[in-house]
Design a protein around this ligand. Structure first.
Ligand code: KG4
Ligand code: ZN
Length: 346
């Protein structure tokens, strides 16, 4: 029998990945991705104008790739979802314009969604419906926050966030200090496997008794790593890259997991979901599992491929909105580079 659940086509262009995904209900059908990462690498960060142009070039071929991979045609699409923010304005605009054009041409509803909520929603494609409420920890290149999620389709409440750098940003900056490529998360994750996390005692930001319990700070840690490396270099001594990577990574994931578990305990919530690019980190996944097991918390983390930006996460949240009967976006839907996490759909 044919699956009658709505088929949602999702567009993600908030940063440097052009992601197009197709989801039916909570079933992932395809997830096509084009990235302009190689074009940004020599600058050590994403250049917005280059990313926007690359989205424009990749858009139509990536949509076709997603449809082909899913074995469906345009006529099968029941709704379109698109990241409306937060992210780079020019990059977001390419996705919003394309999604509007497809929705209009196909005569289907359009849902502008929040990129951060989509990082949480993607977990439903692998692990089924989120428990309500859940605590969500979002750790990406631009954001680090703890959220109480009573209802992912319409009620996301911020508990805390970073007061300076995002967790992913810290990985990217420390990688640069260590001469590792951009983005820094994956090479630090790999280098750390050969290092000793206890070899250097790096600071754990905002973990004092009077500090905000659910806020994060990674800028002091980043500076401490840079100073440590500089001192070595000045002394003409070799920098033990694997040890620095391991000790830095341990400082980040120690704080993230401790605060996530504490927020679950304080709020009487026994389900934690972690999303965003940094959730791909192998040590974060292992330590979160260990600490959640010890605290009796059920942990859910998407597979690494779905942690970093992709189109399926947008389709997954779109699908959730369709199911919940949330009203589609108005035709004048725009891009909002600083969309707040509390606004799940626009
Ligand atoms: O969610 P994402 O793909 O894009 C944003 O919305 O920002 O996250 C990208 C961030 C980058 O900072 C990247 O270094 C980090 O996620 N990242 C990782 C790993 N894979 C990606 N950080 C630590 N360990 C990883 N394995
Ligand atoms: Zn992201």
């Amino acid at each position: 029998m044919a699956d009658s659940r709505p088929l949602v086509l999702g567009f993600e262009t908030s940063c440097d990945e052009t992601g197009i995904g197709l989801v039916r209900g909570q079933t992932l059908l395809s997830d096509a991705l084009a990235t302009s990462m190689a074009e940004h690498e020599r600058f050590g960060g994403v250049i917005p104008e280059i990313a926007s142009r690359a989205h424009l070039e990749a858009m139509v071929p990536t949509v076709h790739a997603a449809l082909a991979e899913a074995g469906v045609g345009f006529a099968d699409v029941d709704a379109v979802a698109v990241t409306s923010g937060p992210g780079l304005t020019g990059a977001l605009l390419v996705g919003v314009a394309a999604a509007k054009a497809y929705a209009l041409a196909l005569d289907v509803p359009l849902y502008g969604v929040n990129h951060l909520a989509a990082h949480v929603a993607v977990d439903e494609l692998e692990h089924g419906r989120l428990a309500e409420p859940s605590i969500a920890m979002l750790v990406s290149g631009g954001h680090s926050s703890l959220l109480l999620v009573p209802d992912l389709a319409q009620d996301v409440q911020p508990l805390g966030q970073t007061v300076d750098d995002a967790a992913g940003e810290a990985f990217d900056k420390v990688a640069r200090v260590l001469g590792l490529p951009f983005p820094g998360g994956p090479p630090i994750d790999r280098a750390a496997r050969d290092g000793d996390p206890r070899s250097i005692a790096f600071p754990r930001g905002l973990t004092g008794p009077r500090d905000a319990p659910y806020d994060f700070s990674f800028s002091g840690l980043k500076t401490a790593v840079a100073r440590w490396v500089e001192a070595r270099e000045r002394a003409g001594e070799p920098v033990p890259v694997a040890d620095v990577a391991a000790a830095f990574q341990e400082a980040v994931v120690d704080v993230l997991t401790a605060k996530a578990v504490r927020s679950c305990r304080d709020h009487g919530v026994d389900h934690l979901v972690i999303g965003g690019g940094v959730a791909a980190n192998s040590r974060l996944r292992a330590l979160a599992q260990e600490r959640c097991d010890a605290a009796g918390i059920v942990l859910r983390v998407p597979s690494p491929r779905l942690c970093t930006d992709n189109g399926a996460m947008v389709a997954a949240l779109g699908s959730r909105l369709v199911e919940a009967g949330v009203a589609p976006s108005a035709p004048d839907l725009g891009a909002d580079s600083s969309l707040q996490v509390t606004t799940v759909s626009v």
